[in-house]
Write a protein that binds this ligand. Sequence first.
Ligand code: ADP
Ligand code: MG
Length: 391
Amino acid sequence: MNTDELKSEFERIFQQPAQGCARAPGRVNLIGEFTDYNLGYVMPAALEFCTTVLYRKRDDNRVVVYSHNYPGESDSFSVGTEIVAGESQWGNYVRGCAATVQADGGVLGGLDILIASDVPQGAGLSSSAALEVSVIGALNHAFGLGYSLEKIATLGQSAENDFMGCSCGIMDQLISAKGQAGHALLIDCRSLESNAVAMPDNLALVIINSNYPRKLVDSEYNQRRQDCETAAQKLGVETLRDADLATLEQAKDSLSADEYKRAHHIITENARVLATVGALQSGDIKALAESMTSSHQSLQRDFEVTVPATDTLVEICNSVLGERGVARMTGGGFGGAIVCFCPPEDVELVKIAVAEQYPQKCGLEADIYVCKTGAGLQVESLKGWSGHGNG
Ligand code: ADP
Ligand code: MG
């Protein structure tokens, strides 16, 4: 749906035109998996898929939310008072954003909100971060909160951690806030500094959703995070960012088997991210393939977050592409998506191989997205915008 249609829908629902528009993209992580909450390095890219939030200030203290993606549903709650979870599963993301802003001292007023998104949900492209960043971007603009992009990302992460109960790191929200079209971002998750890395123009970016039914994802995900934290404690470092393989080997006997494997993944993955920067910039598929393949194996054997469905998709792509391309799992694991680089003329081969082999091997159908990179958070006033302040 284009912005004009969305503006009309807003007016139909709220009987008044929208005053502002915030947009934030979904993302794909190219390399650096689970390193974010260990304060290490990641290298995601923002996509053209994005979530749009139209909004208008109200005279009262109610926030009223509709989503084009959930027709016939809505949520509403009061601000200026404690915000608690409600009945609407998706509405809780908006409540979580408002609650987090308030807990941080931000003063909110009433707002009418209409959300619409073409980020596939639950497909590993982080529609939740796109939603959080666009909603907090809207709140920031509507109520003149003066947040930086880093601050918006941090608040979005807190909403997901504290309100939604998923212990994700900062990567998804930060790339959604700060992404640049045509580039990936090398992010240092400790300092939140980021450097744009040009995407190769000789390779297509293909994302394949396994559609594997994810179960118990949050508890497994949170368990991995805990393993990393206890491993860091035993290694005597603040986070695994500060550990190296020599220290890990010395301390091996004091770690549980799981702690050792999780730490081994994080330490080697951080090194792989840094090694990948040059390979990506120059479109060196051989060097890219080395780090992406070893990342996938580490996620499979050490971090244990791949499933047969994502392992199979990676195998299908790698075997059809040979040395011309490479694939690995991406995102939070336990299903979700894989990311594949290949020459544009090989995209069709990948599509055919996946369509032929994946259902037969895994009993599932995959969704394939040939993606372009997009921009990070953008917020604009629309006609009818009356400036900051109340009312
Ligand atoms: P992912 O972030 O990988 O897409 P999550 O389970 O983390 O998957 O987040 C998906 C959830 O985010 C949805 O179930 C819904 O609650 C919320 N969400 C995402 N996009 C929208 C949208 N356009 N409108 C309403 N809710 C959305
Ligand atoms: Mg998510």
